[in-house]
Design a protein around this ligand. Structure first.
Ligand code: SF4
Ligand code: SF4
Length: 395
């Protein structure tokens, strides 16, 4: 994916020209084998309008004024985890980069017209609340306690951007990251961060996004940092791509933790001394896979863990099946969201793996929810948690 920002296109009105380029060939409804659906939304609803082409046709109707917004239309536009699978399967190459952008712009139009679904509205309400600044409605942690606990400086070369899911729902992943960065002797600190805005961008609730970005960028600059690191696929994609789309003024480098791990392994500075004797399958987070194109680094890191047997699911890399949590689906359609994850776990079972790993706290949350709900018997773990369990030495 990539290309010019649809936000900019929207301002130039060009996205309206782009939408009609979908010629409704229907290719986006099928996998490459023609035997399995690739769009979680179409698979669930089995109705043309929920396929990518159908959704675009609906959007075309709205922007041409032929049909008016209503609740039903808004529900179709929001019943999509913005997984990006359609961008890989649409054969119309000059246009497929924009498919998810178009859906997000349509959502922004729904919000403008007063048709954002109620459940998704909660994301904005909580994020804007000055007690929270996060979509979970948890009291904002300014991270002072963590800074004290890990003896972190006021200013540093790196900022670890924890992200709301790790800070309020997956604290083990957060703590594993903190311990790893300390062991690696990275000169890093934390900021009093506010949400990166991924949930509100994905659901079209973009009004306060610039304020949030400016606040976070100022905090990072005040910390004297030139590098940002995060263990969250959603924060990574949002900081690296969306903040720039929204005109953020920053020149720091953005890393996912897995990139640092890979660098340390390549430089022979990280030595993994213990074994992890398990069969593991790796789930590509959509935010890091299709939306950013990072497929091999996490696999290379897994394969460096002594004893591990890494096996691939049938649908992997650009064809990976989504965990079902993104794009506001987890909050908007909680039952369906976990069903999508269950399908991923059934696929993982076929590999013979007992462990499913990923590098995103949101994937970890939804895969764990499905694992528990459907009693699938997996260990669901994040790569940084693996490393935390192992005997490692970093020079
Ligand atoms: S989105 Fe692409 S693959 Fe799907 S119907 Fe339109 S042109 Fe065809
Ligand atoms: S982003 Fe995913 S769920 Fe949404 S239309 Fe594309 S393939 Fe379907």
């Amino acid at each position: 994916m990539g290309g010019e920002s649809i936000i900019t296109l929207s301002e130039k009105q060009d996205w309206r020209d782009i939408v009609h380029r979908c010629f409704r060939c229907g290719y986006c409804k099928f996998t490459l084998e023609y035997s399995d659906f690739n769009c979680p939304s179409y698979k669930k609803y089995q109705f043309e309008t929920y396929s990518t082409g159908g959704r675009l046709w609906l959007i075309y109707g709205i922007i041409s004024g032929e049909i008016q917004w209503n609740e039903g239309i808004a529900n179709v536009i929001y019943a999509c985890p913005t997984c990006g699978n359609c961008t890989e399967n649409c054969r119309f190459e000059k246009f497929n980069d924009f498919l998810v952008d178009i859906i997000e712009v349509a959502r922004a139009e729904a919000v403008k017209n007063g048709f954002c679904p109620e459940k998704q509205k909660a994301l904005l309400k909580r994020t804007e609340n000055t007690e929270y600044y996060n979509p979970y409605g948890e009291k904002n942690s300014d991270n002072t306690e963590l800074k004290k606990k890990y003896n972190l400086p006021g200013k540093a070369e790196w900022v670890y951007f924890i992200g709301c899911t790790s800070n309020y729902r997956q604290q083990n992943l957060r703590d594993a990251t903190l311990r790893f960065l300390k062991k690696a002797k990275i000169d890093f600190t934390l900021i009093d961060e506010h949400c990166c805005c991924s949930p509100i961008i994905r659901t079209g609730q973009i009004k306060p996004v610039n304020d949030f970005i400016n606040y976070n960028v100022a905090q990072i600059k005040n910390a004297g940092a030139t590098k940002i690191i995060t263990s969250c696929a959603g924060c990574y994609r949002t900081i690296k791509k969306d903040w720039l789309k929204f005109g953020a003024d920053y020149d720091f480098e953005v890393f996912h933790t897995v990139e640092l791990v890979k660098q340390l392994l390549d430089e022979d500075r990280l030595k993994i001394k213990s074994e992890y004797k398990n069969t593991v399958t790796y789930h590509d987070p959509c935010h890091l896979g299709r939306h950013v194109g990072m497929y091999e680094i996490p696999r290379e890191v897994h394969n460096k863990i002594p004893g591990i047997k890494l096996v691939e699911m049938r649908r992997n890399r650009e064809n990976a099946w989504c965990c079902g949590a993104g794009g506001g689906v987890k909050i908007g359609y909680p039952e369906w969201s976990v069903e999508v994850s269950q399908e991923r776990l059934i696929e993982a079972k076929e590999t013979g793996a007992s462990v499913i790993s990923s590098i995103c706290p949101f994937c970890r949350t939804n895969l764990s929810d499905a694992n528990e709900k459907y009693n699938m018997g997996f260990e669901v773990i994040d790569l940084i948690e693996f490393l935390d369990q192992l005997d490692i030495e970093i020079n």
